[in-house]
Design a protein around this ligand. Structure first.
Ligand code: GDP
Ligand code: MG
Ligand code: ZN
Length: 311
């Protein structure tokens, strides 16, 4: 029997079969993914075979090839990984300019990681009802223009006033979307707004619970009333970092990558090299400084420390 994984609590997964019924399956041992120890090989969004071998519960057998997936460390210093979600149509990053402040570095690292995972990214600025100063409103306009110019869809919205929520609904319609963002930006509120019977807790810092040395992440696929689904991963702020090779970082900043075709050296890191097209475009104001700073912040990470910094 084939089905879609709609819930994962670590040791159990819930699979929705083709006929619409759901079945709880047991997980089996530790799998390996590209040479990495992986404690949680089956993820929400996976299409799996369910095998009923007459034991106390059916088990998850083969996993269908994924179109994409995202991973994170099982815990900060762990060498083990968890797949957070698979087969995403898009990843929506919910951000706020106030209460709390989301930094552009955080946004850009998320976008770069989404590029690397080949998951289309969307930015949703929530809590625009709190932008009561000219300065904040101008910040919103500038960031919206910046990210749209790079090619990312941008939504501006408020759960409180309802402004922009139709655009959010439209953006999510018919797709499977991961909802990410710092704690407190309004992810749970958005889910409750769009899926009235989801009844997700609002205001909780994290639903993550500790089990031995590992942080077990509970994730769930929530159906949208008009088609599509949101993958909710409480306690996961953003993607885990992935293996960024220095030379590849520019590939994940579309506007930097485009210009880099004109650099004199094809191994240009766009930091100091003569004939660097990126540096000259930055000087002309054609690439935002905030984006370049985020690029540098990834480039400057210790290459031996990869997989070490979840963000
Ligand atoms: N002013 C304002 N507050 C909001 C908005 N959306 C959510 N909140 C509040 O922000 C807090 C955190 O929301 P929550 O949905 O739990 O955020 P999460 O941690 O991202 O899931 C709660 O007190 C919400 O009521 C909004 O659009 N405007
Ligand atoms: Mg929440
Ligand atoms: Zn260059």
């Amino acid at each position: 029997m084939k089905g879609l994984v709609i819930k994962n609590t670590g040791s159990w997964v819930t699979v929705r079969l083709d006929d619409g019924t759901t079945v709880n399956c047991k997980m089996r041992g530790v799998f390996r993914l590209k040479g990495l120890r992986c404690t949680n090989p089956v993820a929400v969004g996976d299409i799996v075979q369910v095998e009923d071998k007459g034991g106390d519960a059916p088990v998850v057998g083969a996993i269908e090839p994924r179109k994409n997936y995202i991973i994170r460390r099982a815990s900060n210093l762990s060498k083990e990984f968890q797949i957070i979600a698979a087969n995403l149509d898009q990843a929506v990053l919910v951000v706020t300019l106030t209460n709390p402040v989301t930094s552009t570095t955080f946004i850009d690292r998320f976008l770069a990681t989404a590029e690397a995972y080949q998951v289309p990214a969307v930015i949703a600025f929530n809590k625009i009802d709190l932008l009561t100063t000219d300065n904040l409103r101008q910040q919103l306009d500038e960031l919206k223009a910046l990210y749209e110019s790079i090619g990312y869809p941008v939504i501006t919205m408020s759960v409180v006033t309802g402004e922009g929520t139709d655009s959010m609904r439209e953006q999510l319609s018919g797709k499977t979307s991961l909802l990410s963002g710092n704690s407190g930006v309004g992810k749970s509120s958005i889910i409750n707004l769009l899926i009235p019977d989801a009844d997700v807790r609002v205001g909780d810092v994290s639903h993550t619970h500790h089990k031995g040395m590992h942080t077990t992440t509970f994730s769930e696929l929530l159906d949208l009333p008009d088609g599509g689904a949101i993958i909710d991963t409480p306690g996961v702020k953003a993607f885990g970092t992935i293996d960024f090779e220095r030379a590849q970082v520019a590939h994940y900043f579309p506007e930097i990558f485009k210009v880099s075709a004109d650099c004199r050296f094809n191994n240009c890191t766009h930091t100091h090299e003569p004939g660097c097209a990126v540096l000259s475009v930055i000087e002309e104001g054609g690439i935002a400084l905030s984006r370049y700073q985020s690029y540098l912040s990834i480039l400057e990470e210790d290459p031996n420390d990869k997989y070490r910094k979840p963000f």
